[in-house]
Write a protein that binds this ligand. Structure first.
Ligand code: DHB
Length: 309
């Protein structure tokens, strides 16, 4: 089977969408809910609805994608209404949220805490595309300060963090030291490789319009960095902090590698765009074949089973 345990819940597959792709509307979320994905996460919600950045803002690249969406979303109440209307009040699903200041973040969490939402909150600390707002988790002190406030105020939110990619062992140490101070339930690595750039060979211009062409990179380009971040956090975080692996998943092998490195759920973003929910059927099949051939009975027993050379 592909059974995986996550935050005391049992899922029939570790696969789900990554926040952002095909998860903005109720129609898209319903398609995910009825798919063979084990769970789903919403588009990152902000207090107010947002149109996002203007112009052509997402493109396929030879080995992945570039985007500068700017957090277009229908606003927190829309997602809370949908999730709380589900038979289980969204107990097994993920609500991704972001705020633009500490006050804004806290207000978002207040609204969730006051709702009947029974699921998991994913705090996006890593959107690369909002002019004037850095990827918060690159500022370790600011992240520490925010989490101190969050957990001072809320002690029963089931909350995880979506992290940007880190590229230095010292930075792995630093983010892990901050996260280990708080009762976070999980870390999700990685968000896009922030602020990449690509020249359109047809036009000699940037591939996307917002921010002068700078945008988050996903797809195949992200896989080694995703594996590095999941592995590094698996080695550093408290044992009770679960991991979601995200980045560059195109095949069952990619899913398996993230699981070996420590992920108990795996998200698919770039590949989910063109393939739609059929990607989960395909990846479930490919992953099951690998687990069978390796002799693993389920995903839970495979998590972190990286071999030493
Ligand atoms: C957005 C894009 C991303 O690539 C991301 O990681 C988070 C948010 C966005 O612009 O909406």
């Amino acid at each position: 089977t592909l059974t995986t345990k996550f935050l005391g819940r049992t899922y029939t597959s570790p696969l789900m969408n990554g926040a952002g792709v095909r998860c903005t509307t109720v129609e898209e979320l319903e398609a995910l809910r009825q798919s063979s994905a084990g769970s789903f996460v919403t588009k990152t919600a902000t207090r107010e609805p947002r149109a996002g950045n203007p112009g052509h803002r997402m493109s396929a690249l030879p080995y992945g994608s570039i985007n500068s969406m700017g957090l277009p979303n229908k606003g927190l109440p829309y997602y809370l209404d949908y999730l709380t209307s589900l038979p289980d009040q969204g107990a097994n699903n993920f609500l991704s949220v972001a705020g633009f200041s500490e006050e804004d973040q806290m207000a978002v969490l207040e609204t969730i805490a006051a709702s009947d939402f029974a699921g998991i909150v994913e705090l996006n600390l890593s959107c690369p595309n909002i002019p004037g707002h850095p990827q918060l988790a690159y500022d370790f002190d600011a992240t520490d300060k925010l989490l101190a406030k969050v957990f001072d105020r809320f002690d029963n939110l089931e909350l995880g963090v979506k992290l940007p990619p880190f590229f230095d062992p010292i930075h792995f140490d630093q983010i892990a030291a901050v996260l280990n101070k708080y009762p976070i339930k999980y870390a999700n690595s990685i968000n896009s490789l922030g602020n990449g750039f690509f020249v359109d060979p047809e036009t000699d211009a940037p591939m996307i319009e917002p921010k002068g062409g700078f945008g988050g990179i996903g797809g195949g380009y992200a896989k080694p960095t995703a594996l590095a971040n999941v592995r590094a956090l698996h080695e550093r975080l408290r044992d009770d902090i679960a991991l979601i692996g995200t980045g560059g998943v195109q095949t069952g092998r990619d899913v398996y590698d993230l699981i070996l490195c420590g992920a108990s759920m795996v998200q698919v973003a770039t590949a989910f765009g063109p393939e739609g929910v059929a990607v989960f059927d395909r990846l479930n099949g490919e992953l099951q074949s690998i687990l069978d051939s390796k002799g693993y009975a389920d995903v839970t027993s495979t998590v972190g089973q990286l071999h030493t050379v």
